[in-house]
Design a protein around this ligand. Structure first.
Ligand code: 2NE
Length: 261
């Protein structure tokens, strides 16, 4: 297995477990992370997901350059793909807060994964940066546009064009991450944030996540928000009347809509 997956006290933790390559991901890693993320999505006992990397040297250094081919990254059968975009979308749309717990390097596609998490807590040894243009790659999706939403257009261009590395404190100043804590306290702080979130209304949190996404994600974002609204609507007397009328082969008797406060 390329990942560790643990569920405990309402928190699902996904740990990229490839420390020999600073937790760079290959297709198998991404597939396993996706499966874990989907499991957490449908598990009613889970309210928060933590994404992290094994050890203290790296959160994730992006795509494993040692298995990169001419059409993508090679899996165990030699098939080439770039399925990390699907993982990005799952982090973005899972209706539960996702926290990135970052120690060490968050570089390239790894930096983008942490950025797509709802919150990022970094250890004081964390280093953030882009590497794509240095190794002949780029992420022109969320990796570019969402970054610019967070750090601003000028900074996003600097990060991508120069491929420099930034300390945790610099990332905090840019609003790229939420908090910096001493490395030895990273677990404790991340758990405390997760536990505080677990005290709050899961429906309110999911609606807020979808609303914040919708502001950036165009029609896909509206679809996500509308999906949650539909889910809530199904629980109303009005929606049930529509369903019952169809099943009973009669015309529905909808009451006039009450004005909302
Ligand atoms: C992160 C960095 C700067 C760390 O440098 P250093 O000197 O502290 O460690 P070192 O010795 O470079 O790394 C330790 C081992 O991990 C491997 C290294 O090759 C090395 O292994 P050995 O040579 O000793 O056997 N390693 C680290 N990152 C790796 C990677 N991504 N793939 C394969 N092996 C990796 C330094 O390691 C670094 O610059 N790493 C490469 C960062 C990078 O270029 N990432 C890919 C960017 S593109 C991307 O992620 C991407 C995208 O742009 C679009 C879509 C999807 C993905």
């Amino acid at each position: 297995m390329d990942i560790k997956y643990e569920k405990k006290e309402g928190i699902a933790t996904i740990t990229i477990n490839r420390p020999h390559v600073l937790n760079a991901f290959r297709p198998q890693t991404v597939k396993q992370m996706l499966e874990a993320m989907i499991d957490a999505r449908w598990d009613d006992d889970i309210g928060v997901v933590i994404l992290t990397g094994e050890g203290t040297r790296a959160f994730c250094t992006g795509g494993d350059q040692k298995v990169r081919g001419t059409k993508g990254y090679k899996d165990e059968n030699g098939k080439q793909s770039l399925n990390v975009l699907q993982l990005q979308r799952e982090i973005r749309t899972i209706p539960k807060p996702v926290i990135a717990k970052v120690a060490g390097y968050a570089i390239g596609g790894g930096q983008i994964l942490q950025m797509l998490c709802d919150l990022t807590i970094a250890a004081d040894n964390a280093i953030f940066g882009q590497a794509g243009p240095r190794v002949g790659s780029f992420d022109g999706g969320y990796g570019a546009s969402y970054m610019a939403r967070i750090v601003g257009q000028k900074r996003a261009r600097e990060i991508w064009f120069l491929c420099r590395q930034y300390s945790a404190q610099e990332a905090l100043q840019m609003g790229w991450i939420n908090a910096v804590v001493p490395l030895e306290e990273l677990d404790q702080h991340t758990k405390a944030w997760a536990k505080q979130i677990l005290e709050h209304s899961p429906t309110a949190l999911s609606m807020l996540k979808a609303a914040l996404n919708a502001d950036c994600d165009g029609q896909a974002g509206l679809q996500e928000l509308a999906g949650l609204a539909t889910h809530l609507f199904y629980g109303t007397e009005e929606a049930q009347e529509g369903l019952n009328a169809f099943l009973e082969k009669r015309n529905p008797k909808f009451r006039r809509r009450k004005a909302l406060d």
